[in-house]
Design a protein around this ligand. Structure first.
Ligand code: COA
Length: 81
């Protein structure tokens, strides 16, 4: 979790992986709906976030289908150190 001091908490969904043979059967939908409902029920939580690889178009489409939108950031790293 990350705090936006002016408004509330942003909950992050991190590193989602569904085994190939179980994809397309609502596993991520169930996880996302659960987290979303818990977030809506908590008045201190203002949003959900995740990041996805630029090249992972399929996951991007799924996330957009579930109502997630580009957040206006890009992620930077120094890796390997
Ligand atoms: C991305 C991933 C987590 C999705 O999990 P999943 O269990 O297969 O997804 P679901 O079956 O729950 O589908 C979620 C929703 O997206 C929809 N969807 C599926 N493919 C879609 C596509 N190409 N475009 C738009 N929507 C799509 C589904 O219909 C479902 O919506 P619905 O409930 O309204 O029908 C899974 O495919 C995965 O593990 N991929 C490999 C690892 C990966 O890319 N992880 C993400 C790293 S950020």
């Amino acid at each position: 979790v990350e705090v936006d001091k002016s408004q509330g908490w942003m909950w992050w969904i991190q590193s989602v992986y569904v085994r190939p043979e179980h994809r397309g059967r609502g596993v991520f939908r169930a996880l996302f709906d659960h987290v979303h409902q818990a977030a809506v029920a908590d008045p201190e939580v203002i949003g959900l976030r995740l990041y996805v690889e630029d090249s992972n178009f399929k996951a991007q489409e799924i996330y957009q289908h579930l109502g997630l939108e580009r957040a206006g950031y890009f992620v930077l790293e120094r890796f390997p150190l």
